[in-house]
Write a protein that binds this ligand. Structure first.
Ligand code: HEC
Length: 475
């Protein structure tokens, strides 16, 4: 069929056109042979560790897979890689590693860690051919990582009270006070939480308590660590045990979410003048839910600390934030229809929020627990355009980043931001904490992994002309 129709097409061409067509076909053929040999995207005939695989691992994996990283084994030397070649080939093919649950075809983010299809194929071929080492002198320089910080050299580090974990205790959620006193009021562009015992610290959500100098004599007094509690009466009690109130019993200002931690998530440094924090002379970092996982070893010592990077002056454009869903800011974006997930059901929920002014979004943080199946958020502008924010097709409880856009995303006044989540409370969900499945609900904003949350946190600035051109990558 094809040949016949080609023949008629050719026949209807003038001879000159025919020659041109042949010329083009031949050139295309030669070009494709040429590019197969020289194109860096083509897969090498022999794939070796030193020449091809190590550069991929050093760029995408060793930030976590190294001595002192947060994964439990290294992928630095040939021996490391050879031992783990099979599982490495599997996790990259399944796109489980590097952990990056957001769909890059929906939206891209600064610092995203995703292997290209080419890199995945290189690793597959290497494993299939017996994971050869290759010439030793081709090994690239071992990657260097800063000590004590993932970002750089901090101006100051404040230790968190060391904490001993007992064997076989269940997950611990702690409220931890980290007091500080500085020579004068100052400003920080970045605050970074560094876990002491990386495999055990699951996450941290830290607030900043700001004292007026004369209202608090001693920020260092009272208890440093209490168990996390949720009902209002117990919270007030816990705050008193930690000595958070001013000397006269009134409460100082508390700024939410200034220092957050999740394994693999690096603190985000925004361009000069954007974001940043006012640090009073006397203050307390209140680590809201320092979450330690289960351990079978006794008396593990965690000595975490908080790094402070000072900035030259006050933030010109301080960051603002709203929360949608569970614990939504002012309750204006509740979870709909509700957060009651019956056993053996797959339940969709959503939340919506009408943006009252033009804003520029910098960072978004989707949050669900173990029944989460997928998450999507977008805005619908008043003219009806959809502005994509984030899609997580396969929810992964372990990797809940604060995703920073490559450039700020403008959301015009009157747009509706919509976040949609799907929960899987069936036994097909391998992360289901209950077998058989049980009724799960939000339990008044409980943060226990076995209760559920549906939350979308948005960090933004009031829009200024040109915001959408400001790069947020590597500052
Ligand atoms: C952000 C940190 C991080 C990055 C980046 C990362 N990993 Fe991992 N990886 C982990 C952690 C943590 C675990 C342990 C996960 C667990 O136990 O659930 C892990 C587990 C693994 C496992 C073991 C899986 C298993 O179930 O036995 C392999 C293999 C692996 N990673 C390979 C890689 C490769 C290859 C890359 C780069 C292409 C990579 N990882 C990038 C943190 C990371």
């Amino acid at each position: 069929m094809l040949k016949v129709s080609n023949y008629f097409i050719l026949k209807s061409m003038s001879i000159k056109k025919f020659h041109n067509a042949v010329f083009i076909i031949v050139c295309t053929f030669i070009l494709s042979i040429y590019s197969a040999c020289n194109n860096p995207d083509s897969i090498p005939a022999t794939v070796t560790f030193t020449e091809h695989v190590a550069p991929i691992l050093y760029n995408n994996c060793t930030i976590c897979h190294r001595q002192g990283g947060n994964a439990h084994f290294a992928l630095i030397t040939y021996e490391d890689a050879r031992k783990n070649a099979g599982s490495t080939a599997y996790v990259v093919k399944e796109k489980l590693m590097p952990p990056w649950p957001a769909d890059p075809h929906y939206t891209e983010f600064a610092g995203q860690r995703i292997l290209s299809d080419h890199d995945i194929k290189v690793i597959q071929k290497w494993y299939a051919e017996g994971a050869p080492e290759g010439p030793k002198d081709k090994l690239p320089a071992l990657p260097k990582y800063p000590v004590g910080s993932l970002i750089g050299t901090p101006d100051m580090s404040i230790p968190v009270q060391p904490f001993f974990l007992k064997a076989n205790s269940s997950d611990r959620f702690l409220l931890v006070k980290v007091p500080f006193e500085l020579p004068s009021d100052t400003f920080a562009c970045l605050l970074e939480f560094m876990p002491g015992y990386k495999n055990m610290v699951h996450h941290v959500n830290g607030d900043l308590v700001k004292y007026e100098f004369n209202k608090k004599t001693n920020v260092f007094a009272d208890e440093r660590v209490v168990d996390m509690v949720l009902d209002t009466a117990s919270i007030v009690q816990a705050f008193k045990r930690l000595g958070l109130p001013n000397d006269d019993g009134t409460y100082p200002v508390l700024q939410k979410s200034v220092v957050n931690y999740l394994p693999g998530a690096m603190g985000q440094r925004y361009p000069e003048g954007i974001g940043g924090y006012f640090l009073p002379r006397k203050g307390v970092f209140l680590l809201n839910d320092l979450h330690y996982g289960f351990t079978s070893k006794d008396d593990i010592l965690d000595s975490s600390y908080i790094n402070i990077f000072f900035s030259k002056g006050p933030p010109k454009r301080p960051m603002q934030e709203f929360q949608m869903g569970t614990l939504s800011s002012f309750g204006n974006a509740p979870v709909l229809p509700d957060m009651i997930i019956y056993p053996n059901t797959v339940k969709p929920v959503y939340t919506r929020y009408k943006v009252p002014e033009d804003i520029s979004i910098l960072t978004v943080n989707p949050h669900m627990h173990l029944l989460g199946k997928s998450f999507k958020a977008y805005a619908v502008a008043p003219e009806g355009d959809t502005i994509k924010l984030i899609s997580i097709p396969r929810w992964d409880f372990s990797w809940q980043y604060f995703y920073t856009f490559k450039k700020m995303v403008k959301i015009p006044k009157g747009s509706i931001i919509i976040a949609e989540g799907i929960y899987d409370n069936t036994k097909q969900n391998l992360n289901n904490p209950f077998s058989p499945p049980q009724l799960v609900h939000d339990n008044d904003g409980s943060m226990k992994a076995t209760d559920e949350m549906f939350q979308f946190i948005v960090s933004y600035l009031p829009y200024q002309a040109g915001d959408e051109n400001i790069s947020l990558e590597t500052h």
